[in-house]
Design a protein around this ligand. Sequence first.
Ligand SMILES: O=C(O)CCC(=O)C(=O)O
Ligand SMILES: [Fe+2]
Length: 348
Amino acid sequence: MKQRKLITQYSYTDDFCTGLSRTFGYMNSFKWLWMTGLSGLIYISLQRRPAVLRGVSVGTCCDRWTVDYLAERGGSKDVKVHVSAEPQMDFLHKNFLYRTLPFDVFVRRAAEKKHADFFISEEEYYYLRSLGEDPRKEPADLQKQFPGLAEDFCIPQFFQPGQFFSCVFRISSCGLQLWTHYDVMDNLLVQVSGRKRVVLYSPQDAQYLYLSGDKSEVLDIDNPDLERFPDFVKARRYECVLDPGDLIFIPALWFHNTLALQFGVGVNVFWRHLPEESYDKRDPYGNKDLVAAARAMQATERALRALEDLPPDYRDFYARRMVLHIQSRAYSCPQEEAVQRDYSAQSL
Ligand SMILES: O=C(O)CCC(=O)C(=O)O
Ligand SMILES: [Fe+2]
Protein backbone atom coordinates (compact mmCIF):
# COMPACT_ATOMS: atom_id res chain seq x y z
CA MET A 1 0.00 0.00 0.00
CA LYS A 2 1.29 3.47 -0.84
CA GLN A 3 2.36 5.62 2.03
CA ARG A 4 -0.51 7.62 3.53
CA LYS A 5 -0.29 11.34 3.17
CA LEU A 6 -1.78 14.00 5.34
CA ILE A 7 -3.81 16.62 3.60
CA THR A 8 -2.41 20.13 3.89
CA GLN A 9 -3.91 21.76 6.96
CA TYR A 10 -4.35 25.46 7.65
CA SER A 11 -5.53 27.13 10.75
CA TYR A 12 -7.56 30.11 9.70
CA THR A 13 -5.36 32.88 10.94
CA ASP A 14 -1.83 31.79 11.84
CA ASP A 15 -0.71 28.71 9.92
CA PHE A 16 -2.46 29.80 6.80
CA CYS A 17 -0.64 33.10 6.74
CA THR A 18 2.63 31.36 7.51
CA GLY A 19 2.01 29.02 4.59
CA LEU A 20 1.32 31.95 2.33
CA SER A 21 4.29 33.94 3.51
CA ARG A 22 6.57 30.95 2.92
CA THR A 23 5.21 30.77 -0.58
CA PHE A 24 4.96 34.43 -1.48
CA GLY A 25 6.89 36.32 1.17
CA TYR A 26 4.25 39.03 1.64
CA MET A 27 2.98 38.05 5.04
CA ASN A 28 1.19 41.28 5.92
CA SER A 29 -0.69 41.96 2.74
CA PHE A 30 -1.84 38.34 2.58
CA LYS A 31 -2.81 38.40 6.21
CA TRP A 32 -5.10 41.29 5.40
CA LEU A 33 -6.49 39.54 2.35
CA TRP A 34 -6.97 36.32 4.29
CA MET A 35 -9.14 38.16 6.77
CA THR A 36 -11.55 38.78 3.91
CA GLY A 37 -11.96 35.00 3.64
CA LEU A 38 -12.68 35.00 -0.05
CA SER A 39 -9.08 35.43 -1.13
CA GLY A 40 -8.03 32.64 1.25
CA LEU A 41 -10.07 30.06 -0.51
CA ILE A 42 -9.35 31.53 -3.90
CA TYR A 43 -5.71 30.80 -3.08
CA ILE A 44 -6.52 27.23 -2.06
CA SER A 45 -9.00 26.59 -4.84
CA LEU A 46 -6.58 27.89 -7.46
CA GLN A 47 -4.24 25.15 -6.32
CA ARG A 48 -6.99 22.58 -6.96
CA ARG A 49 -5.79 20.64 -3.94
CA PRO A 50 -7.74 19.45 -0.92
CA ALA A 51 -7.07 21.35 2.29
CA VAL A 52 -8.30 21.16 5.87
CA LEU A 53 -9.22 24.52 7.36
CA ARG A 54 -9.42 24.91 11.11
CA GLY A 55 -10.89 27.83 13.01
CA VAL A 56 -13.05 29.26 10.21
CA SER A 57 -16.17 30.85 11.62
CA VAL A 58 -19.26 28.85 10.64
CA GLY A 59 -21.76 30.34 13.07
CA THR A 60 -23.23 29.10 16.34
CA CYS A 61 -24.00 25.57 15.08
CA CYS A 62 -20.85 24.07 16.62
CA ASP A 63 -22.02 25.12 20.11
CA ARG A 64 -25.73 24.66 19.66
CA TRP A 65 -26.35 21.54 17.61
CA THR A 66 -26.89 18.93 20.31
CA VAL A 67 -29.22 16.04 19.54
CA ASP A 68 -32.04 17.62 21.58
CA TYR A 69 -31.62 21.02 19.93
CA LEU A 70 -31.52 19.52 16.42
CA ALA A 71 -34.62 17.43 17.12
CA GLU A 72 -36.51 20.39 18.54
CA ARG A 73 -35.52 23.05 15.99
CA GLY A 74 -35.40 20.70 13.01
CA GLY A 75 -38.94 19.55 13.72
CA SER A 76 -40.82 16.55 12.41
CA LYS A 77 -40.50 17.17 8.68
CA ASP A 78 -40.14 13.85 6.83
CA VAL A 79 -36.65 12.98 5.61
CA LYS A 80 -35.57 10.10 3.38
CA VAL A 81 -32.62 8.32 4.97
CA HIS A 82 -30.28 5.46 4.17
CA VAL A 83 -30.52 2.56 6.65
CA SER A 84 -28.07 -0.32 6.63
CA ALA A 85 -27.27 -3.34 8.79
CA GLU A 86 -23.60 -2.93 7.92
CA PRO A 87 -21.46 0.13 8.61
CA GLN A 88 -19.97 0.26 5.10
CA MET A 89 -22.70 1.51 2.82
CA ASP A 90 -22.44 0.11 -0.67
CA PHE A 91 -24.25 2.08 -3.33
CA LEU A 92 -23.26 -0.23 -6.17
CA HIS A 93 -24.70 -3.35 -4.55
CA LYS A 94 -27.32 -1.47 -2.51
CA ASN A 95 -26.81 -3.00 0.92
CA PHE A 96 -29.09 -0.36 2.42
CA LEU A 97 -32.74 0.64 2.37
CA TYR A 98 -34.26 4.05 1.86
CA ARG A 99 -36.71 4.80 4.65
CA THR A 100 -38.67 7.89 5.57
CA LEU A 101 -38.68 9.19 9.14
CA PRO A 102 -39.61 12.46 10.83
CA PHE A 103 -36.36 14.46 11.17
CA ASP A 104 -36.48 14.54 14.99
CA VAL A 105 -36.99 10.76 15.20
CA PHE A 106 -34.17 10.21 12.70
CA VAL A 107 -31.68 12.38 14.61
CA ARG A 108 -32.33 10.56 17.88
CA ARG A 109 -32.00 7.17 16.17
CA ALA A 110 -28.79 8.10 14.35
CA ALA A 111 -27.28 9.27 17.65
CA GLU A 112 -27.97 5.99 19.51
CA LYS A 113 -25.97 2.79 19.08
CA LYS A 114 -28.76 0.30 19.82
CA HIS A 115 -32.29 0.97 18.70
CA ALA A 116 -35.52 -0.04 20.39
CA ASP A 117 -37.33 0.83 17.15
CA PHE A 118 -35.59 -0.28 13.98
CA PHE A 119 -36.10 -1.35 10.35
CA ILE A 120 -33.52 -4.14 9.97
CA SER A 121 -31.75 -4.79 13.26
CA GLU A 122 -31.21 -3.11 16.59
CA GLU A 123 -27.69 -2.09 15.56
CA GLU A 124 -28.53 -0.62 12.16
CA TYR A 125 -26.73 2.46 10.79
CA TYR A 126 -28.30 5.66 9.49
CA TYR A 127 -27.21 8.32 7.02
CA LEU A 128 -28.98 11.48 5.91
CA ARG A 129 -28.03 13.40 2.81
CA SER A 130 -30.69 16.11 2.72
CA LEU A 131 -32.60 16.74 -0.51
CA GLY A 132 -34.39 19.64 -2.16
CA GLU A 133 -38.18 20.13 -1.93
CA ASP A 134 -38.57 18.32 -5.26
CA PRO A 135 -35.51 16.04 -5.05
CA ARG A 136 -35.46 15.29 -8.77
CA LYS A 137 -35.35 18.94 -9.75
CA GLU A 138 -34.06 21.07 -6.92
CA PRO A 139 -30.74 20.91 -5.10
CA ALA A 140 -30.79 20.77 -1.29
CA ASP A 141 -30.63 24.05 0.57
CA LEU A 142 -30.48 24.01 4.37
CA GLN A 143 -31.98 27.50 4.38
CA LYS A 144 -35.12 26.26 2.61
CA GLN A 145 -35.56 22.83 4.22
CA PHE A 146 -34.41 23.64 7.77
CA PRO A 147 -34.67 27.43 8.24
CA GLY A 148 -34.71 27.10 12.05
CA LEU A 149 -31.30 25.44 11.97
CA ALA A 150 -29.85 27.31 8.99
CA GLU A 151 -29.72 30.49 11.06
CA ASP A 152 -27.02 28.83 13.20
CA PHE A 153 -24.91 28.01 10.15
CA CYS A 154 -23.05 30.68 8.32
CA ILE A 155 -21.71 29.66 4.92
CA PRO A 156 -18.07 30.67 4.75
CA GLN A 157 -17.88 33.36 2.05
CA PHE A 158 -15.26 31.61 -0.04
CA PHE A 159 -16.98 32.00 -3.40
CA GLN A 160 -19.21 34.50 -5.19
CA PRO A 161 -22.95 34.21 -4.41
CA GLY A 162 -23.72 33.41 -8.08
CA GLN A 163 -21.54 30.29 -7.86
CA PHE A 164 -23.62 28.73 -5.05
CA PHE A 165 -25.15 25.38 -5.94
CA SER A 166 -26.41 23.63 -2.79
CA CYS A 167 -26.13 23.37 0.97
CA VAL A 168 -26.64 19.82 2.25
CA PHE A 169 -27.17 18.30 5.70
CA ARG A 170 -24.97 15.22 6.29
CA ILE A 171 -25.81 13.25 9.42
CA SER A 172 -24.28 9.84 10.15
CA SER A 173 -24.42 7.15 12.80
CA CYS A 174 -21.15 6.35 14.55
CA GLY A 175 -19.14 3.93 12.39
CA LEU A 176 -20.91 4.72 9.14
CA GLN A 177 -18.63 4.70 6.10
CA LEU A 178 -19.66 6.26 2.83
CA TRP A 179 -18.49 4.78 -0.46
CA THR A 180 -15.66 6.41 -2.42
CA HIS A 181 -17.02 8.78 -5.06
CA TYR A 182 -16.41 12.10 -6.74
CA ASP A 183 -18.67 15.11 -7.24
CA VAL A 184 -18.42 17.64 -10.06
CA MET A 185 -18.74 20.77 -7.89
CA ASP A 186 -16.19 22.33 -5.57
CA ASN A 187 -17.09 21.46 -2.01
CA LEU A 188 -16.57 22.72 1.52
CA LEU A 189 -17.56 20.01 3.98
CA VAL A 190 -18.05 21.42 7.46
CA GLN A 191 -17.89 19.04 10.41
CA VAL A 192 -20.22 20.54 13.00
CA SER A 193 -20.20 17.76 15.63
CA GLY A 194 -18.48 14.39 16.00
CA ARG A 195 -15.19 13.31 14.45
CA LYS A 196 -14.87 12.08 10.89
CA ARG A 197 -12.05 10.46 8.96
CA VAL A 198 -11.79 11.60 5.36
CA VAL A 199 -9.72 9.74 2.77
CA LEU A 200 -9.14 11.26 -0.65
CA TYR A 201 -7.67 10.12 -3.94
CA SER A 202 -6.56 12.36 -6.77
CA PRO A 203 -8.55 12.42 -10.03
CA GLN A 204 -5.25 11.44 -11.67
CA ASP A 205 -5.43 8.09 -9.85
CA ALA A 206 -8.86 7.29 -11.30
CA GLN A 207 -7.45 4.32 -13.21
CA TYR A 208 -6.57 2.53 -9.95
CA LEU A 209 -9.96 2.93 -8.32
CA TYR A 210 -12.08 0.45 -10.30
CA LEU A 211 -14.78 2.96 -11.11
CA SER A 212 -18.36 2.28 -11.90
CA GLY A 213 -19.60 5.73 -12.93
CA ASP A 214 -18.73 8.19 -10.19
CA LYS A 215 -18.16 5.48 -7.56
CA SER A 216 -15.31 3.10 -6.75
CA GLU A 217 -16.02 -0.61 -6.51
CA VAL A 218 -13.41 -0.90 -3.77
CA LEU A 219 -15.60 -0.73 -0.71
CA ASP A 220 -13.19 -1.70 2.02
CA ILE A 221 -10.41 0.80 1.39
CA ASP A 222 -8.55 -0.27 4.55
CA ASN A 223 -8.46 -3.96 3.64
CA PRO A 224 -9.01 -4.07 -0.12
CA ASP A 225 -9.51 -7.38 -1.87
CA LEU A 226 -6.28 -7.33 -3.89
CA GLU A 227 -7.22 -10.34 -5.97
CA ARG A 228 -10.15 -8.38 -7.38
CA PHE A 229 -8.50 -4.97 -7.22
CA PRO A 230 -4.73 -5.46 -7.63
CA ASP A 231 -4.07 -1.92 -8.90
CA PHE A 232 -5.77 -0.30 -5.95
CA VAL A 233 -2.42 -0.30 -4.12
CA LYS A 234 -1.17 2.20 -6.71
CA ALA A 235 -3.72 4.82 -5.69
CA ARG A 236 -2.15 7.40 -3.43
CA ARG A 237 -4.20 7.91 -0.31
CA TYR A 238 -4.60 11.28 1.41
CA GLU A 239 -6.07 11.20 4.88
CA CYS A 240 -7.21 13.51 7.67
CA VAL A 241 -9.51 13.53 10.66
CA LEU A 242 -11.99 16.37 10.99
CA ASP A 243 -12.85 17.57 14.49
CA PRO A 244 -15.95 19.63 15.24
CA GLY A 245 -15.55 23.03 13.60
CA ASP A 246 -13.10 21.82 10.94
CA LEU A 247 -13.73 22.21 7.22
CA ILE A 248 -12.29 20.34 4.31
CA PHE A 249 -12.10 21.78 0.83
CA ILE A 250 -12.68 18.94 -1.65
CA PRO A 251 -12.01 20.17 -5.18
CA ALA A 252 -14.34 18.88 -7.90
CA LEU A 253 -13.37 15.39 -9.13
CA TRP A 254 -11.33 14.46 -6.05
CA PHE A 255 -12.51 11.07 -4.80
CA HIS A 256 -13.57 10.97 -1.17
CA ASN A 257 -14.51 8.30 1.35
CA THR A 258 -15.73 9.28 4.80
CA LEU A 259 -15.92 7.32 8.04
CA ALA A 260 -17.85 8.73 11.01
CA LEU A 261 -15.70 8.01 14.06
CA GLN A 262 -18.59 9.28 16.19
CA PHE A 263 -22.21 10.20 15.56
CA GLY A 264 -21.73 13.30 13.46
CA VAL A 265 -23.52 16.23 11.98
CA GLY A 266 -22.07 18.05 9.00
CA VAL A 267 -23.12 20.48 6.33
CA ASN A 268 -21.52 20.74 2.94
CA VAL A 269 -21.69 23.52 0.42
CA PHE A 270 -21.25 22.83 -3.29
CA TRP A 271 -20.46 25.61 -5.72
CA ARG A 272 -19.60 25.97 -9.36
CA HIS A 273 -15.97 26.51 -10.14
CA LEU A 274 -16.68 26.74 -13.90
CA PRO A 275 -19.25 28.79 -15.88
CA GLU A 276 -22.83 27.69 -15.20
CA GLU A 277 -23.40 26.39 -18.74
CA SER A 278 -20.62 23.79 -18.25
CA TYR A 279 -22.85 21.84 -15.85
CA ASP A 280 -25.78 19.53 -16.55
CA LYS A 281 -28.96 21.49 -15.76
CA ARG A 282 -30.77 18.34 -14.61
CA ASP A 283 -28.39 17.56 -11.78
CA PRO A 284 -29.78 18.26 -8.30
CA TYR A 285 -26.96 16.29 -6.60
CA GLY A 286 -23.91 17.94 -8.17
CA ASN A 287 -22.51 14.64 -9.38
CA LYS A 288 -23.46 14.45 -13.07
CA ASP A 289 -20.53 14.76 -15.42
CA LEU A 290 -20.02 18.14 -17.07
CA VAL A 291 -21.82 18.62 -20.39
CA ALA A 292 -18.61 18.40 -22.46
CA ALA A 293 -17.37 15.39 -20.46
CA ALA A 294 -20.65 13.52 -20.96
CA ARG A 295 -20.45 14.23 -24.70
CA ALA A 296 -16.87 12.93 -24.81
CA MET A 297 -17.85 9.76 -22.92
CA GLN A 298 -20.71 9.13 -25.36
CA ALA A 299 -18.33 9.60 -28.29
CA THR A 300 -15.97 7.05 -26.69
CA GLU A 301 -18.85 4.59 -26.41
CA ARG A 302 -19.58 5.07 -30.14
CA ALA A 303 -15.89 4.57 -30.98
CA LEU A 304 -15.84 1.35 -28.96
CA ARG A 305 -18.92 0.07 -30.77
CA ALA A 306 -17.17 0.80 -34.09
CA LEU A 307 -14.16 -1.26 -32.91
CA GLU A 308 -16.48 -4.23 -32.38
CA ASP A 309 -16.71 -4.55 -36.19
CA LEU A 310 -13.02 -5.53 -36.30
CA PRO A 311 -11.48 -8.97 -35.66
CA PRO A 312 -9.99 -9.23 -32.13
CA ASP A 313 -6.31 -8.68 -33.08
CA TYR A 314 -7.16 -5.56 -35.15
CA ARG A 315 -9.49 -4.30 -32.42
CA ASP A 316 -6.70 -4.73 -29.86
CA PHE A 317 -4.23 -2.82 -32.06
CA TYR A 318 -6.56 0.11 -32.75
CA ALA A 319 -7.70 0.23 -29.13
CA ARG A 320 -4.05 0.63 -28.07
CA ARG A 321 -3.55 3.36 -30.67
CA MET A 322 -6.64 5.16 -29.38
CA VAL A 323 -5.35 5.00 -25.80
CA LEU A 324 -1.99 6.45 -26.87
CA HIS A 325 -3.71 9.15 -28.88
CA ILE A 326 -5.93 10.15 -25.97
CA GLN A 327 -2.95 10.18 -23.58
CA SER A 328 -0.84 12.37 -25.83
CA ARG A 329 -3.69 14.77 -26.71
CA ALA A 330 -5.60 15.10 -23.46
CA TYR A 331 -3.55 14.18 -20.35
CA SER A 332 -2.28 17.30 -18.62
CA CYS A 333 0.87 15.50 -17.47
CA PRO A 334 2.33 12.09 -18.24
CA GLN A 335 1.10 9.37 -15.88
CA GLU A 336 4.53 8.79 -14.34
CA GLU A 337 4.69 12.42 -13.32
CA ALA A 338 1.19 12.28 -11.89
CA VAL A 339 2.14 9.35 -9.69
CA GLN A 340 5.13 11.22 -8.33
CA ARG A 341 3.19 14.42 -7.64
CA ASP A 342 3.27 15.34 -4.01
CA TYR A 343 0.27 17.09 -2.52
CA SER A 344 1.56 16.93 1.03
CA ALA A 345 2.22 19.94 3.22
CA GLN A 346 5.94 19.73 2.50
CA SER A 347 5.35 20.58 -1.12
CA LEU A 348 3.95 24.00 -0.25
O1 LIG B 1 -21.38 12.76 4.71
C1 LIG B 1 -20.26 12.57 4.29
O2 LIG B 1 -19.34 12.36 5.04
C2 LIG B 1 -19.99 12.59 2.81
C3 LIG B 1 -19.85 13.95 2.30
C4 LIG B 1 -19.78 14.04 0.81
O3 LIG B 1 -19.75 13.09 0.09
C5 LIG B 1 -19.72 15.36 0.24
O4 LIG B 1 -19.73 16.37 0.99
O5 LIG B 1 -19.67 15.46 -1.00
FE1 LIG C 1 -19.42 13.72 -2.03
